[in-house]
Design a protein around this ligand. Structure first.
Ligand code: ADP
Length: 320
């Protein structure tokens, strides 16, 4: 089975990215044909500052490799190194009704949040469709918020296929239900845009500070705490197996520990969990040439597939 996913390079990776997208992907690396790219073209949508784009792209590569992407098993590249995706994006635009894009929740949410709507933001799902269809991906691991984009991808593919035959594979979203929405420090969906993230590679002190900022109720020390609906618990749970979760629940209910205790505990959980990744990251940051070679080799593998697909599409559509 071919599994593909892209990750935005527009900032630091956070726990939402990790549990919803990266971890399921790492689990799949062993069994499936995995394609992972850094969606650096997508970073052009929404009008964010591009000064850091190049550095962010490489940093994302370092982060993914550190977290466990194995370039010997997985095709790993930067989106911009396979230009065919932009050509397919344009061809697919013809099969994308404006009404379909206008219904996109993610687009509407972003405008409501005050992001100036440019064409890149609006047509973002078409580029995402190109990412997926170019490689005949069967499964696409994403967070809940991206399910609609997958449906749009299928709609676009069906329109194209209706005209030309079974050219594109219809992809399916793969959503980890148990971690479908990772909450941020304010309890809302953890997202860079909401500035409520806990980043994977924070310094230890900053990480503790961030955990301390998680919003909790004002139950006084010495009284039992409610773990249900508690933002610290909701994040800690992601690191724990069933038995450990029950122990933590009991701890909350015991009435002997305050929110401060659990915030320290959460910081330790996060810090220990990413220890090995932090060490690898240190290595890659000091060997950036290795990182660039890995990305280049990945791009060549991806391009071999993409260029074949594009040849076929050009032929069918009649592009000279
Ligand atoms: P952000 O919302 O911070 O900009 P991205 O859009 O870069 O995050 O998300 C990359 C991937 O991680 C996507 O598959 C997205 O659905 C997933 N994701 C991000 N944040 C969360 C979250 N809080 N819960 C579940 N999935 C998430």
């Amino acid at each position: 089975m071919r599994v593909l996913t892209g990750i935005q390079s527009s900032g630091k990776l956070h726990l939402g990215n990790y549990f919803a997208a990266i971890k399921p992907m790492l689990d799949m690396q062993e069994e499936h044909e995995l394609f992972v790219f850094i969606a650096n073209y997508h970073a052009l949508s929404g009008g964010a500052d591009l000064k850091e784009l190049r550095a962010n792209t490489l940093e994302a590569a370092v982060d993914f490799l550190s977290l466990g992407i194995d370039p010997n098993k997985t095709v790993f590249w930067a989106q911009s190194r396979v230009k065919e995706v932009l050509e397919l994006y344009w061809v697919l635009s013809r099969y994308t009704p404006v009404g379909l894009l206008e219904r996109a929740h993610s687009y509407k949410d972003k405008i409501t949040k005050g992001i100036a709507p440019n064409h890149a933001l609006f047509s973002y799902p078409v580029l995402m469709a190109a990412d997926i269809l170019l490689y005949d991906a069967q499964k696409v691991p994403v967070g809940k918020d991206q399910i609609q984009h997958l449906e749009m991808t299928r709609d676009i593919a069906i329109k194209f296929n209706n005209e030309y035959g079974e050219i594109f594979t219809l992809p399916e979203a793969l959503v980890e239900e148990s971690v479908a929405t990772v909450p941020g420090i304010d309890g809302a969906k953890m997202s860079k845009s909401y500035k409520n993230t806990i980043d994977i590679f924070m310094e230890e002190k900053a990480l503790q500070k961030r955990c301390n900022k998680i919003i909790t109720d004002s139950t006084p020390l010495g009284e039992p705490l409610e773990w249900e609906g508690n933002n610290v618990y909701a994040i800690a749970k992601l690191f724990l197996d069933k038995e450990q979760q029950l122990e933590l629940q009991a701890d909350y209910k015991s009435g002997t520990k305050g929110h401060g205790h659990f915030k320290k505990y959460l910081k330790e959980l996060i810090w220990d969990y990413f220890k090995e990744a932090r060490e690898k990251r240190e290595y890659y940051l000091n060997h950036m040439d290795e990182v660039e070679t890995i990305l280049e080799e990945g791009a060549q593998k991806a391009k071999a597939i993409a260029s074949k697909k594009m040849e076929q599409v050009r032929d069918l559509v009649g592009i000279y």
